[in-house]
Write a protein that binds this ligand. Structure first.
Ligand code: WTA
Length: 653
């Protein structure tokens, strides 16, 4: 987000009158939350069905290890499914699912309940017990949601791995989480063709000691390798189960899921979320941030269930609120670039939630495409994953929202579980490009390096000053890393350090400025520079690697790598076949981590700029990658290194 683009957009947008008049929450919600934060969250928790009331809203006696609603008991799946059926809404559609090839499934709450009960019975038959970890590696098909809810129902901890991740990534997650079962599919449809999933599972499970069974959903009907005794077809095992299953109540702090996310080291962190607090905040934010009306809205989070956005706003938020959702398997350009708009028109979508990178792609494709479809059902738009630049905001507002829909820009993280900073559609006068204000009941501040709160019109670091219900509880198996990563930077003040830079404008609006650590944000996905560097140096041709995120007009950031080759590979890198080697390395990373981590550009260099203490100066490499004048080079051991690199390089695109 450049300073110029902020400066040129002075327009603000007040809430549409109709929407404000009937909104789920009005301006008083901020006062209510400020008056008594814990009472406010307790009231939000009462929107759920508990089998036992909690003793205490928040137990913060052992910070930073929080307990929310301790002593309370509930079943998360019951809250998402059964209670709506019991309330007479069994015939309401939970999901309008659309496959990429155009096949469809309509799933009502009553049908979802039957399927979740069958899957829960199947998991129990396979020996899965409360507390066991179950890996889910699936395409965007209803069984992914059913599998998650079946785990929640029996108290098993799901660990969804995005289907675009590699066998290696899956293997390390199976290992770290100690998963006993993997639920997968033969494949899914992507960009017009079936894409296999089972081979990666075979590879990963072959290296893992703990996985007893692999449960396989048939989706693409492609041939799969089969390990007798270990592999089971979903249809066989789940298909024959009873639709009766008595949900057991679990403690509010019972683990619900682990989701791995990139940190500043090569080893991904298993973020642990628990039950009562997570569901409370996700459910309440989904209802308030999007003004969700269960009887009227058709809600669509266009994201993958393999990311936290999918967990919170395709599965747990919408289902707990009895929403009717759209779920789509494929990519926006298949079979044509109007696919999303066609789906909005077909299902009468009223609320659309997606990422700025997609909006910028639509901008590139041109406004004629959305103009060819009826998008008049839309009433609220959402944005998530990275800062939305004012240009993209305005384009989204005009060309998709028809100038009438508020855009709710939601800042949050895998770690925060649910929305943390965002405007409210019936309340806030919108400032394009700014996430604006903490959600009611959330205490976020912009501080300086010492943790002192900054006034308006200043730039610093974003912190959360008080615990919140859907906060991560720890990093799986590594309490110390949890403390070090999030709570050590401002240990004295007891603040949670989010890792994001932020600015407060003259009116007190919060603008998120991206990561201040070595985490890149590519198309709204977090990728660690270290993870890509480790992958590169694992290749026999590479001696050393430095990776930076360079700003990219479509993906937010693009991955740019600087590599020093090993002696033997050096000639190749210099010579005519250098392009081949670069291609090989790019593909190597894509295979190693996943296609989303494939570097946009790899530059072969002789040296890397280092400080006297040996730290690579990524800032300077970023200057090069973004084609900028070099910043301060005085701390370099050898300032001529930068000139050497610059002279050798092709101009950055
Ligand atoms: C960034 C995705 C600006 C931020 C839900 C954060 C954002 C990281 C926004 C978390 C936003 C997410 N504006 N930046 N609206 N939303 N981010 O864990 O840097 O995949 O720390 O969670 O994405 O990414 P994660």
């Amino acid at each position: 987000m450049s300073e110029t683009s902020q400066a040129t957009e002075a327009r603000t947008f007040s809430p549409p009158e109709q929407l404000a008049a009937h909104a789920n929450v009005g301006p008083e919600i901020y006062d209510e939350a400020a008056a008594d934060r814990l009472a406010f969250w307790a009231k939000a928790a009462r929107r759920l069905t508990w089998t036992q009331e909690w003793d205490e809203v928040l137990d913060w006696s052992n910070p930073p290890f929080a307990k929310w609603f301790a002593g309370g008991k509930l079943n998360v799946a019951y809250n998402c499914v059964d209670r709506h059926v019991e309330d007479g809404h069994g015939d309401q559609v939970a999901y309008h699912w659309e496959g990429e090839p155009g096949d469809t499934r309509t799933i009502t709450y009553a049908q979802l309940k039957d399927e979740v009960c069958k899957a829960a019975n199947a998991l129990t038959e396979l020996g899965v017990r409360a507390g066991d970890r179950v890996a889910i590696y699936m395409p965007m098909i209803p069984e992914a949601v059913i599998a998650m809810l079946a785990c929640a129902r029996i108290g098993a901890v799901h660990m969804v791995v995005f289907g675009g991740f590699s066998a290696d990534a899956l293997a390390s997650r199976l290992d770290d989480s100690g998963a006993v079962l993997v639920i997968t599919a033969d494949g899914g449809y992507r960009r017009g063709a079936p894409s296999a999933l089972k081979p990666a599972v075979d590879d990963a499970v072959g290296r893992s000691s703990g996985v007893r069974n692999v449960l396989v959903v048939k989706r693409t009907e492609q041939d799969v390798e089969w390990t007798e005794g270990r592999d089971l077809w979903w249809d066989d095992v789940v298909g024959r189960q009873s639709t009766e299953h008595e949900p057991e109540s679990f403690d509010a702090e019972h683990p619900l899921y682990i989701m791995y996310t990139s940190g500043t080291t090569a080893k991904p962190k298993g973020i642990l979320h628990t039950s009562g607090g997570y569901l409370t905040q996700v459910s309440f934010t989904h209802w308030a941030s999007f003004d969700l009306k269960a009887d009227d809205d058709v809600f669509w989070t266009a994201a993958d269930v393999g990311w936290v956005t999918g967990h919170s706003y395709i599965v747990y938020g919408p289902l707990s609120n009895r929403a009717t959702s759209v779920m789509y398997e494929g990519t926006p350009e298949t079979p044509h670039r109007g696919r999303w708009f066609e789906l909005i028109q077909k299902y009468g979508v009223t609320i659309l939630y997606t990422a700025p990178t997609v909006i910028r792609t639509f901008m590139k494709w041109g406004e004629d495409i959305p103009a060819g479809f009826d998008l008049t059902t839309l009433r609220v738009l959402g944005s998530v994953g990275e800062p939305i630049n004012p240009e993209a905001w305005l384009w989204y507002h005009k060309n998709i929202g028809g100038g009438r829909c508020p855009i709710v820009d939601t800042w949050w993280q895998t770690e925060t579980g649910g929305h943390m900073i965002n405007p409210l559609p019936g309340v806030t006068t919108l400032v394009p490009g700014s996430a604006q204000a903490p959600f009611p009941g959330i205490s976020a501040k912009v501080v300086d390096d010492e943790g002192n709160e900054l006034g308006d019109d200043s730039t610093g670091l974003l912190v959360i000053t008080d615990p919140w219900p859907s906060m991560l509880r720890t990093i799986w198996g590594d309490d110390q890393r949890y403390v070090d990563t999030y709570w050590s930077r401002f240990a004295e003040k007891g603040f949670y350090f989010a890792g994001d830079g932020a600015k407060k404008d003259a009116d007190g609006n919060i603008w998120l400025l991206g990561r201040v650590d070595d985490v890149m944000n590519v198309s709204g996905h977090r990728i660690s520079t270290t993870e890509v560097e480790s992958s590169l140096v694992a290749h026999p041709a590479v001696a050393e690697a430095a990776v930076v995120g360079a700003s990219d007009p479509t993906t937010g950031q693009g991955i740019v790598a600087f590599v020093i080759l090993r002696g033997s590979a050096e000639q190749q890198g210099e010579g005519a076949s250098g392009d081949d080697l670069v291609q090989t390395l790019r593909n190597h990373v894509a295979r190693d981590i996943g296609p989303i981590a494939k570097p946009r550009q790899i530059m072969v260099v002789q040296e890397l700029p280092k400080t006297r203490s040996g730290k690579i100066m990524r800032r300077l490499l970023r200057d090069i990658a973004e084609n900028r004048e070099l910043g301060d080079v005085t701390t370099l051991t050898d300032s001529s290194v930068m000139n050497m690199i610059k002279e050798k390089l092709p101009a950055a695109p």
